[in-house]
Every structure is written in structure tokens, then in C-alpha cells.
Design a protein around this ligand. Sequence first.
Ligand code: 3PG
Length: 344
Amino acid sequence: MINIKNKKVLMRVDFNLPIVRGKVQDDFRVRKVLPSIKKLNKQGGKLILISHLNVEGRYPSLEKVAAFIRKRYLKNLIFVKDLTGPKAKNAVLNLESGGMVLLENLRKYRGEEGNAPSFAKKLAKLADIYINEAFSASHRPHASIVGVPKYLPSCFGELFKKEIKNLSRAFRPPHPFLLILGGKKIKTKLPLIEKFLNKADFIAIGGKLVSEFKAEKNPPEKIILPVDAIAKNNIIYDLGQKSTDKIIELAQGSKFVLWNGPLGWIEGGFEKGTKKLARALARSDKKIIVGGGDTVGYLDKLGLLPRFSFVSTGGGAMLEFLAKETLPGIEAIVKSNIKNQNAK
Ligand code: 3PG
């Protein structure tokens, strides 16, 4: 355990919250990282929080997100509209033990996505220690994720460690193991199907992914495709009752269930299948792990999140971690630790 009293701690968080017409839709990620922030605060660390915010490809200021978080959760959070310039440096200099500042949206600066060493060095210079508490952004090889650990003593945050521990259960799963995959981002889900074809006992497919398999003549037996659906012009909008019930039945007979992605187009109101599955899983006493931005946001709206064994903050990061068993952000911390060990 590192002693952080009076130390300047650069903490990469993921405050990339879904925002529609200026309003935060879901703050699940903030709630999950709060205990970690409060703990470091209590230990007397000077917290420098950094995050990106991506609203449909635009990178607005984090000012409104900061105001939202301050109002709801962290009364002493200061926001500074600067990242590595004089205003930011000054704010850091004036931080008291137990104080915290959120700096400006990382992606407003070119060095972040390009992982420019000069930019990573500037970020590192702000602090004494780096903590990665942004599992959900750690599939991005950006400066704040993979660059900074080269220049500072670095470690994973507590939430990050929980993500690794819980998601890693899928690599040595208890059987029967059911994987449920839905949603629209086909490209990120296909590697997962390949990876888990051996490990899972059943892989149930919903959402847009179904269309990928419709053309296949002989999909492997353990891939469970819908037998009925609400469809129009060959596009599946939701699973039918029989197909949803089949997935629920498989879940009831499983020891471990991993679910990512809604079964239908829930934003368009086609939510019957997803809702029925969500309620059935929430009632069950099985080990169930869920993740994916849309799925988690939806379960949160239904008030069902506390009923699951573990809810991942990751969308793309969860999928990449499951497919590759690592992430660029994990590798960066591991390498940084090896370097520091060797230097001792
Ligand atoms: C996410 O929302 O999945 C993470 O915050 C990563 O965001 P990005 O897709 O903008 O990199």
C-alpha cells in the first residue's frame, strides 16, 4: 500500500458520461469510482482527476460534468478549464491535503489520442503518483492511459482491480457457462465469440449480431440463434417470446452467465425481450456478470443493477479484455512496475 498523504495523485478516471441535449443520462461510472476517490481523499492525497469526454465524436469541456458531480457527490471538487498550462499547475500547487481538482477534457489536446511523449510527460509532471482507475477507457492506447505510466510510479485503482478479478472468472468459468451477446457493434463482438466457442457451453445471440449468423449454413451447435423475432425488411428489432424464453431457460440451468448487449433495439422502444431477460436474471441466484454501456444504462433505469453479481463499467474495454485477457492500460502499468522494480 503506497502512502499517499500529501502526495499529488494523478488519477485517470472515466467521466465519459452519456449526455443528451446537455443532460447527463446515466452516472453509473461515477458512482462506481466514488469509493476509490473518497478513500484516497481521506488518506490525505491531493487528487488530480483527469478524464476524456466524447459526445458523439465531439470533445466538449468537462465543466458541466464537473458541476453535475459536485452537486450530487463531491462537494469539494474544483474544476479547472486547463490541463497542463499555468491555470492547471496553479490549481495543483494550491491543492490541500484531501483536496481534489478535475482538469479539462483530455481529448481537447492532440497529444492525448496520438500518445505524444511530450504530452504524457507534461501530464506526469503534475503529480508524484499515477493511478489508473479508468478500466473502461483502458483499451485506448492514449497518453493518459499508456504514456504517463512511463514517467511516474503507477498502479491500478481499486475499481480497476475488481474489474480484472471479476471479468477474469470467464477465463476459467464454472460450467455450464452461458454467454449472452447482443447489441449493435458487431466488429467488437465477433472476436469474443471465437474466443469463447471453446470455453462457453452456450452462446446466445441477440440484437443486430443475429444478422451475421443468418447467412451461415451450419453455425456451431452451441450458438443459440433466435427462432422467432420482431422483424421488418430482414432487420431484427427484438427477439420473440420463444427465443427470449429459451435464453432464460439456459440461464436457469447455468452456473455462470456473462451478458453484454441488449437483445433488441431498446432505444427505439423494442425492449420486450431485453426487459424480460433482465428481470429473469435479476431474480436468479446464479453468478451473473453484465456489462456494456447500453445494457448497464438500461438495467440502471429499471433499478436492477444491485441484483447482479458484478456490473462492469466497461463497454468496448470489457469486450477487448475478455477477448485478449489484457488491455493496453494493463500492460502499461505492468511494464511501469517492472521498470521501477529493476531500478531499485
Ligand atoms: C467508453 O465510453 O466506452 C469509454 O469511455 C471509451 O470511450 P471512447 O469510445 O470515446 O474511447
